[in-house]
Design a binder for this molecule. Sequence first.
Ligand code: NAP
Length: 304
Amino acid sequence: MGQSKVAVVGLGGIGGVAAACLSLSADNEVTVCARRPIDALTFDHKDDSVSIPLRTLTDPQQAEPVDWVLLCTKAQDTASAAPWLSRLCGPETAIAVLQNGIGHTERVAPFVRGAAVLPAIVYYNGERLAPDHIRLRKIVGHDLLVPSGPLADAFTALFEGTPIEVGRSDSFLTLQWRKLLINVIANPVTALTRQRLGVFHRADIQELSLGILREAVSVGRAEGAELAEDEADTILATFLGYPAEAGTSMYFDCIAGRPLEIEALNGAVVAAGRRHGIATPLNGAMLALLNTVSDANAAAFEQP
Ligand SMILES: NC(=O)c1ccc[n+]([C@@H]2O[C@H](COP(=O)([O-])OP(=O)(O)OC[C@H]3O[C@@H](n4cnc5c(N)ncnc54)[C@H](OP(=O)(O)O)[C@@H]3O)[C@@H](O)[C@H]2O)c1
């Protein structure tokens, strides 16, 4: 079998780690689609640091159809990546979506010309130390998790022999909701308070978090996720074991004045709640407040 042609769209923490790891396998021919040209990436993992040459394109017109696209932008940047997706996707292309939230297939469908879509839950931590320098930190057993099936098997093969471990699951929807449950408290609360995870040791923040979580659990169950009655308490208890000094991506985006991924997180809970007639006032409050921050950040970002 020849090499798999793989394009990674978005060279941030997650795309940078994915591009570096995929490049470590001789079975892949990797192209990075980014807004700035980067010829090599310094990749840190455990105590190692290696320099990995990259083929980077900055103009979608230079792109051609590939076997696999890995979409690694933030969810709110999906539409802006449309010029890349329409050039990279042909009849034989599959696209893996490495983004937080739910509804990955619906999110990318308008842009991928019928390509098969594989949603992925990202469990690794990818940190961009500089535009050309990234660090992988493994958090749990699997670094990426995808729904079982033939597409999942082909995707797993891309990462064989690399530090990234891909898991396959028949309970993808439930696991996706569990990840979303962490995100609907971690991200908005740290962003609004401008404090790291230590803020969750306050009793009032725990009470608020339980309220947000209970709404999200009701909605997730209505969507078909197998979440326990006391899932909210379990999630919060697990969460309190995380390092107090850790930040979240929305916290860092907020501090840096960047647009926020709130629509894909609490916004997804509010939208699904509406579909099922379930009230989600606390998630709605997080959404309204952080959409306001995000819009102001986006407006400032767009100014010359
Ligand atoms: N980082 C983590 O540890 C982590 C963990 C779990 C899940 N996730 C999820 O993974 C997804 C990616 O997160 P991330 O942390 O990698 O985000 P990130 O560091 O902000 O990187 C996103 C990258 O996408 C690029 N981009 C945006 N629009 C683009 C476009 N139209 N064309 C080309 N490139 C474009 C950005 O380019 P610029 O640099 O030019 O802005 C940036 O390099 C998010 O959904 C996030 O919630 C992240």
